[in-house]
Design a binder for this molecule. Structure first.
Ligand code: FO1
Length: 324
């Protein structure tokens, strides 16, 4: 793994969009010089299994195992388990493929044996041949809850079973105040070789805020003393994937890229803005890099990652390029 002092980048990620940029960063950086801090607010217990969607989306994406259509779950999947479960009257609203099921079963067994989530994720990443350090934001439970006009729901209930139909009034991160950052995240943010922190184009409210809600995480990011760059998940007022724009509107916030930048104000030094939103550049409130942020292909992911890293390095080299 990374030796102390080796140039290193930390990425905060959740969901499909975040994993795609993480993939690009993995290709754009030398082996073992990337750590990905993963959202676990989407985690939930289902069918007696501990499901960690954003961890698994990152594992599968970085190992080139992800379903190319959905971005989550595995490619070339079979569905015997789901079909048999359906015949028995089991819950099938959350689609678990046969290969994906092995991940949930093995994680659940190891947690039951007392292993920490960060140790399990690290071992799975090693076994899948991933040359990056994947770390859950915390080893203790944090659960994203959607407070809506139809009641309060677990994240997956809202996002998958109810297909984001209820109108969001607020989002809360249950048990966050009792959590602390996973030790591996704290140590990599203190690593003298750390050169940049990238906030991936994930949904800020659903995937990044749970990470930032872990006590000590924001201060550890600030104390790292390196450029923090966020990549916009919004292009021309629409989320690239998922309900980001809808949630922003329901939270009474303009579904625009500069709203995302303002949401991260005080934390970021730079913002990667999509070229279709270049007219907003003067309202972002920090240094801006204009790029094509839509990642359709693997090359797009690698290109965007390279531009983001170069942008961060220019901020490091520019006096005043970092927030005071
Ligand atoms: N998203 C869906 O919309 N429908 C599903 O049936 C579904 C199953 C699923 C199984 C494993 C997994 O890791 C992710 C899954 N997702 C599904 C995505 C999940 O809701 C994630 O939370 C999103 O990717 C947003 O982070």
């Amino acid at each position: 793994m990374t030796s102390i002092g080796q140039a290193h980048v930390v990425a905060l990620s959740g969901g499909v969009g975040g994993a795609k940029l993480a993939y690009g960063l993995l290709q754009a950086l030398p082996a073992d010089s990337l750590s990905i801090c993963l959202n676990t607010g989407d985690d939930f217990e289902h069918l007696g299994l501990h499901i960690s969607p954003d961890i698994d989306t990152a594992l599968y994406t970085l190992a080139d195992l992800a379903n190319p259509q959905t971005g989550w779950g595995r490619r070339d999947e079979t569905w015997t388990f789901m079909q048999a479960l359906d015949r028995l009257g089991g819950e099938t609203w959350f689609q678990l493929g046969d290969g994906d099921l092995a991940t949930h079963v093995e994680r659940t067994c190891r947690l039951a044996r007392g292993e920490l989530l960060s140790g399990i994720v690290s071992d799975f990443a090693r076994r899948l041949g991933i040359r990056a350090r994947l770390v859950p934001m915390s080893d203790s439970q944090v659960r994203t809850r959607a407070i809506t006009d139809e009641g309060e729901f677990d994240f997956q209930d809202y996002f998958v079973r109810l297909q984001c139909r209820p109108r969001i009034q607020a989002i809360r991160y249950m048990h966050a105040d009792a959590a602390r950052p996973a030790p591996a995240i704290e140590s990599v943010l203190r690593d003298p070789g750390l050169e940049a922190i990238v906030i991936c184009p994930s949904n800020p409210y659903l995937s990044i805020d749970p990470i930032l809600a872990v006590p000590g995480m924001r201060s550890a990011i600030r104390a790292a003393g390196v450029p923090v760059v966020a990549v916009s998940p919004i292009i021309a007022g629409e989320a690239v994937k998922g309900p980001t724009a809808k949630i922003m509107r329901e939270l009474g916030r303009p579904a625009s890229a500069n709203e995302i930048a303002h949401h991260y104000a005080g934390l970021i030094d730079g913002f990667v803005l999509d070229s279709r939103d270049r007219g907003l550049a003067d309202t972002i409130g920090c240094s801006v890099h204009i790029a094509d942020t839509l990642m359709r292909t693997t090359d797009d992911r690698i290109r965007l990652a390279g531009e983001t890293l170069r942008f961060a390095r220019t901020l490091a080299a520019t006096p005043g390029g970092r927030r005071q």
